[in-house]
Ligand binder design. Structure first.
Ligand code: ZN
Length: 483
């Protein structure tokens, strides 16, 4: 397939697309296909006699076809066709294009860039020609989207499948209270398009997977990882290495953040840094561990800066450097990263040549075999309704809250005893193995780990509250504050 680049002025005739991929052996064959699909465009490209209009120039790569064989110029898969309406004589019929690709409106909009020698007209045109994929439109994706759209990145892709939740609003600045319950991707597209109508926003409403990742990522110059889980991080890394694309990385936890640029052709990849994911549950997610609302604003803005630098091709990118940020100390540190000679995907003896099952790789395959074996159909867990019934019936049940004290302060079950998970190895002797214990945390992850620990020290009559105190609030005590 041969990409045909459509100038801004003509994009309205092709559904605002900037690039259309078509097949053909000559320029004429490719343009015939294009005109067949978009008859409105044809009127602007060809005269009624079927000749290319004089104010429309066609380039194959960087050569004007008038200096080659005209419409009979041969094209192959590695070539690209660019349609360039000339300024003289073409501006009026073709729209508003002038100043070599930026309209007057755009020149005004980007004037603070244009007067910087590091950007200038040439740089702004590169930004306009660039395509960037944001994976996730949450905490990191929000500032990324806002700044990249404002800066004029010509095509921004968004990948997300979630809806806006009240707990997102503390940091996901793309969204407003009104948006709660709406699909993130639709709200984000509308917001970004309102900021900058000169750019194209493409949406991919899907959970990124081994099946769809290559297809989605391949059409973008730069990939930005704004996800919050390990399987997706490894998936994004591997797909970027296989497609030879830069991966602008950022991660956040509580008040600390990391950022880097992984570009396996010039430096290390994410697997060079972290060959294996941590065991599931060891590193809590933001949902479990919390995150300072401003932190993704800082890290996301750093990622956006790196993306713009990659597009401009200037400065010193974060390739081979891991930037660490601590908001409490207000301190940045930098670590040197090296390409690992044993990296399974970018090293010389690579063992990974295609995408794998990342859920399994990260140890979170559905139905952990260990739990399934030790347990006849979920007898390790108790539902909120079952616990309520047992407490109401005054059955001898002892409820242990394994969350942190600051979480207990937000909400707790009346009869619960607080023993944070981290203190359990020192304090389990306060509990009696003869008692019926029910452990609970926020959403049911930490309490399962507490349960596994207690089993190893001889407790047998112990269950974990399925879905944690969140499920309890949902099903039993609707007035309880949620977090
Ligand atoms: Zn690597």
């Amino acid at each position: 397939m041969i990409p045909v680049y459509i100038p801004t002025a003509l994009q309205r005739f092709v559904g605002q697309q900037e690039t259309i991929r078509l097949s053909g052996a000559t320029v004429k064959e490719v343009l015939d296909q294009l005109n067949g699909q978009y008859p409105e465009l044809k009127k602007h490209l060809y005269t009624e006699e079927g000749r290319l209009r004089s104010f429309v120039n066609v380039f194959v790569n960087d050569e004007d076809i008038r200096h080659a064989q005209g419409l009979d110029t041969r094209v192959a898969a590695k070539d690209a066709i660019t349609i360039v309406p000339s300024i003289a004589g073409g501006a009026e019929s073709c729209g508003t294009t002038s100043k070599g690709g930026l309209s007057n409106e755009e020149v005004k909009r980007y004037s603070r860039h244009l007067i910087m020698p590091e950007v200038g007209m040439e740089g702004q045109k590169k930004i306009k020609a660039a395509s960037v994929l944001l994976i996730g439109t949450g905490g990191l994706g929000s500032p990324l989207g806002l700044y990249l759209a404002s800066a004029g990145v010509g095509r921004i892709g968004l990948v997300d499948f979630d809806v806006v939740d009240f707990t997102n609003l503390q940091r996901q600045v793309l969204f407003t209270t009104e948006d709660v319950g709406q699909p993130k991707i639709a709200v984000a597209k509308k917001r970004l398009q309102a900021i900058n109508p000169h750019i194209t926003i493409q949406t991919h409403e899907a959970r990124l997977s081994s099946e769809n990742a290559m297809g989605i990522l391949k059409d973008y110059d730069i990939i930005i990882d704004g996800t919050d889980n390990f399987p997706t991080r490894y998936l994004v890394n591997d797909a970027c290495v296989l497609l030879n694309k830069p991966n602008v990385y950022g991660s956040i936890f509580r008040f600390e953040g990391q950022a880097s640029v992984f570009d396996a052709s010039k430096g290390p990849c994410y697997r060079c840094l972290y060959p294996e994911p941590p065991p599931p549950g060891l590193v809590p997610s933001c949902a479990e561990g919390g995150v300072l609302g401003i932190l993704p604003g800082i890290i996301g803005t750093i990622q956006a800066t790196e993306a713009i630098k990659l597009i401009l091709g200037g400065g010193e990118p974060l390739i081979g450097r891991l930037l660490l940020f601590n908001a409490m100390k207000m301190r940045f540190r930098e670590l040197k990263l090296r390409k690992s000679p044993t990296c399974p995907i970018c090293g010389p003896n690579r063992t990974i040549t295609k995408l794998i099952d990342y859920e399994q790789f990260c140890g979170i395959a559905p139905a952990a075999p260990q739990a399934a074996a030790a347990n006849d159909s979920g007898s390790l867990e108790i539902t909120a309704e079952e616990l309520k019934a047992a407490l109401d019936a005054k059955k001898p049940v002892k409820v242990i809250d394994v969350r942190e004290p600051h979480e207990y302060d937000i909400c707790h079950l009346e009869s619960a005893t607080l023993i944070p998970l981290g203190q359990l190895p020192q304090r389990y002797k306060e509990l009696n193995t003869a008692d019926n214990l029910v452990l609970h945390c926020h959403k049911g992850v930490r309490s399962m780990r507490a349960l596994e620990f207690l089993k190893t020290v001889g407790f047998t009559k112990v269950k974990s509250l399925k879905g944690g105190i969140e499920a309890w609030a949902n099903k039993v005590e609707p007035d309880m504050p949620r977090y």
